[in-house]
Design a protein around this ligand. Structure first.
Ligand code: FMN
Length: 195
């Protein structure tokens, strides 16, 4: 069973993202979104720098998002075909609610940017898990949109970048499991070096 919410551990062990392109609403209401983002902001964060931001895109702002993508794609990829534009338009209109996760590291701080980016990844993971705990599915995607300068400027301040677009809703069809790393391939006891 996927997304088994009978205990915290079963949820963690069976959590399965939803595919944004197959997601339908409704997404979380304002109170649920606040619960999800409260969990997302409660992550390990060396130096208490809060190096992440959550930008919510309202349902009635999807036209504006689609327009932004159209503009960005036209400017940044002169070879983009109508099919590319169509795909970008669909991305902007995927179902559920949309949170844009922004990585906002403090530059020049003694805490390395790498550690701050890891904290942002942890925020994404908590966000996903909290959404699933409330009975939604969530999906974290990037795509060219996360690397576009035009899109970055629409969501980020200087020195910030988009860590991903996280859609939260319900699956339009039954979720399927995907391959998982066999524990034996990712877990080994340490062998101390010969010194
Ligand atoms: C940083 C990051 C970016 C991702 N970008 C995409 C993407 O653009 N498109 C996509 O289909 N999946 C993307 N994924 C993968 C999905 O979010 C998800 O991890 C995958 O479908 C497996 O889901 P699950 O292990 O959470 O069930 C990305 C994952 C991460 C961590």
């Amino acid at each position: 069973m996927l997304n088994d919410r009978s205990s915290i551990l079963t949820l963690l062990q069976t959590r399965r993202s939803g595919k944004p392109r197959e997601m339908v609403g409704p997404g979380p209401d304002e109170e649920e979104m606040a619960q999800i983002l409260t969990a997302a902001a409660r992550v390990p964060d060396h130096g208490k720098l809060f190096p992440w931001r959550f930008v919510t895109v309202a349902d009635d702002q999807r036209d504006a998002l689609a327009l932004l993508f159209r503009q960005a794609l036209s400017e940044e990829d002169p070879c983009a075909t109508p099919a590319h534009h169509e795909a970008a338009d669909q991305y902007a209109r995927f179902g559920g609610s949309l949170v844009v996760l922004v990585s906002a590291p403090v530059q020049g701080h003694k805490i390395p940017v790498w550690e701050q980016e890891l904290s942002c990844g942890a925020a994404a993971m908590n966000l996903l898990t909290a959404a699933h705990a409330l009975g939604f599915v969530a999906g974290w995607i990037t795509g060219w949109q996360s690397y576009s300068e035009r899109v970055r400027q629409a969501f980020c301040g200087p020195g910030e970048r988009i860590a991903g677009f996280i859609f939260i809703g319900h699956p339009a069809r039954e979720l399927e499991e995907r391959p998982r790393a066999p524990l034996t391939t990712v877990w080994r006891p340490w062998t101390p070096p010969q010194l």
